[in-house]
Design a protein around this ligand. Structure first.
Ligand SMILES: [Zn+2]
Length: 220
C-alpha cells in the first residue's frame, strides 16, 4: 500500500497539530496545486498497473486536508511508504526523515517549541525508499535528483528547520517528499505536461525495485 500526497491545500490552513503541537500552516500555490494533482493521478495509475494498492491523502484538487489528517489517512490505510509530490522552480530534490531533523517556531501558547524527529526505524526506511526514488527519478527525468535536507530558514510564517512538517509529524509511516522544477517553471508557474508525465514516471518507474517489493507485492 503506497500513500500519495498531492501537495498544497486550496484554502489556507492555520492552527496546530493536536498530537505534536507543530504549526500546520499551508496555503494554495497557484499552478502547483493542479500540476501535482495531475502527476499524482498518473503515479497512481502506473502503480496500480504494477499491482500496488494506492491511497490518496488528498482526494481532489479542491479538498482541504491538514497535515495531521493526511498522516492519519496513511496510517489508517497501513501504507508502507508515503510520497509527497510538489513542484518548485529549479528544485529537483528528495527529502526524507532522519533522526535529529527538526522544526522550531512559536507554538499555540506563544512559547517557542522545537520538535525533533526521533523514530529510528521509520527514518531508516524513509532513507532507503528516498535513495531508491532519487535514483529512479534521476534516470527517468534526465536531471540529477538530490537526496538532501530542506531549509525553511527565512520562510516565516513557516517554522524554521530542515524537514517538511508532514514528514516530521509521521512517526510510523516512512515519508519521501519530492520537489520537481525547471529553471523557469514549477511552483506557482505551470509546468508543461510533458514534464509532468516525466516526473510521474520518475516516481513510479521501475517501482518494484525502487520500493523493494517482495514476491507477494509487499514492501520490505
Ligand atoms: Zn509545494
Amino acid at each position: 500500500m503506497v500513500a500519495l500526497d498531492p501537495g498544497h491545500n486550496p484554502v489556507r490552513v492555520d492552527g496546530f497539530d493536536p498530537v505534536t503541537g507543530a504549526s500546520q500552516i499551508d496555503y494554495p500555490n497557484g499552478a502547483e496545486d493542479a500540476n501535482v494533482f495531475e502527476v499524482t493521478t498518473d503515479v497512481r495509475e502506473l502503480l496500480q498497473h504494477n499491482g500496488y494498492d494506492v491511497v490518496m491523502l488528498k482526494r481532489a484538487v479542491t479538498e482541504n486536508v491538514t497535515y495531521r489528517q493526511r498522516v492519519d489517512r496513511a496510517v489508517t490505510a497501513h501504507a508502507r511508504v508515503a510520497i509527497s509530490i510538489h513542484t518548485s522552480p529549479g528544485a529537483n530534490d528528495v527529502f526524507v526523515q532522519r533522526v535529529g531533523l527538526y522544526r522550531e517556531g512559536v507554538g499555540a501558547d506563544g512559547a517557542t517549541l522545537r520538535i525533533t524527529y526521533r523514530n529510528e526505524a521509520t527514518a531508516a526506511a524513509s532513507q532507503r525508499y528516498g535513495q531508491a526514488i532519487a535514483s529512479a527519478r534521476t534516470r527517468t527525468e534526465g536531471v540529477p535528483v538530490m537526496l538532501t535536507d530542506n531549509d525553511f530558514g527565512g520562510r516565516a510564517p513557516l517554522w524554521t528547520g530542515n524537514i517538511p512538517m508532514i514528514a516530521l509529524m509521521s512517526d510510523r509511516v516512512p515519508w519521501v517528499y519530492n520537489e520537481f522544477g525547471l529553471d523557469d517553471a514549477g511552483g506557482s508557474t505551470p509546468l508543461p505536461s510533458t514534464w509532468l508525465s516525466r516526473y510521474a514516471r520518475g516516481i513510479a518507474d521501475d517501482v518494484r525495485t525502487a520500493l523493494h517489493v517482495d514476491g507477494h507485492g509487499c514492501a520490505v
